[in-house]
Design a protein around this ligand. Structure first.
Ligand code: DQA
Length: 163
C-alpha cells in the first residue's frame, strides 16, 4: 500500500493499489502435463508467477484463482465486485462453451474482462468454437499459449493507467 504526499508535505490516507483478478476454470490445475499439444508445457504455477512478477513491477495487486467447481468461481466473481476488482482475466476452460451461469455472473457484476485461451478454440472441435463469454469480453486472446495471459495483463495495465 502506498501513501501519497500532499502538496503541503503531509501524508494523506493510504492509496489502494488497483486490483486485478485472474480466473482459471476446470482442469487448468493440470497444465504442464495436460495435453501439451494443445496447452503447452508451462504449469499453472509458472503462468501465475509470470503474471505476479509483471503486476508487481507495475505496482498492481493481482490475485490468481483456479477452481474445478463452477459455483465457487461464480462466488469468487461476486466477491470480486465487493473487493473493487477493476478488471478480470479469465480462462473459463470447458465452461467457455457451456456456462450461462458464469456468463451471468460477469454480466451482473459488470467487471470488465479479457477472455484468454491457451489453444486456438476456433481451430479445434466444433463444440469449442462457441464461447458464452466473447460478446461480453473487452477482447479475446486465443491460441497464443501462456503468452496470451501476459498480453491480456499488458492490455489491462494500460487500460487502468489511462482511465
Ligand atoms: C481452453 C480451451 C477449452 O476448450 C478447454 O476446455 C480448456 C482450455 C484453452 O485454454 O485453450 O480447458 O480454454
Amino acid at each position: 500500500m502506498m501513501k501519497k504526499k500532499t502538496t503541503s508535505g503531509k501524508t494523506s490516507a493510504p492509496v489502494q493499489r488497483p486490483r486485478l483478478l485472474v480466473l482459471h476454470g476446470p482442469n487448468l490445475n493440470l497444465l504442464g502435463s495436460r495435453e501439451p499439444q494443445h496447452y503447452g508445457m508451462a504449469t499453472l504455477e509458472e503462468i501465475n508467477r509470470a503474471l505476479a512478477r509483471r503486476a508487481e513491477a507495475a505496482d498492481v495487486h493481482l490475485e490468481s484463482f483456479q477452481t474445478n467447481h463452477e459455483g465457487i468461481l461464480i462466488e469468487r466473481i461476486h466477491i470480486a465486485q465487493q473487493e473493487g476488482v477493476r478488471c478480470i482475466i479469465i480462462n473459463p476452460a470447458a465452461w467457455t462453451h457451456t456456462s450461462i451461469a458464469l456468463r451471468d455472473a460477469l454480466a451482473a457484476t459488470k467487471i470488465p474482462f479479457v477472455e484468454v485461451h491457451l489453444s486456438n478454440i476456433h481451430a479445434r472441435e466444433a463444440f469449442r468454437q462457441h464461447s458464452c463469454f466473447s460478446d461480453l469480453a473487452l477482447g479475446v486472446i486465443t491460441g497464443l499459449g501462456q503468452q496470451g495471459y501476459l498480453l491480456a495483463l499488458e492490455y489491462l495495465l494500460n487500460l487502468i493507467n489511462t482511465d
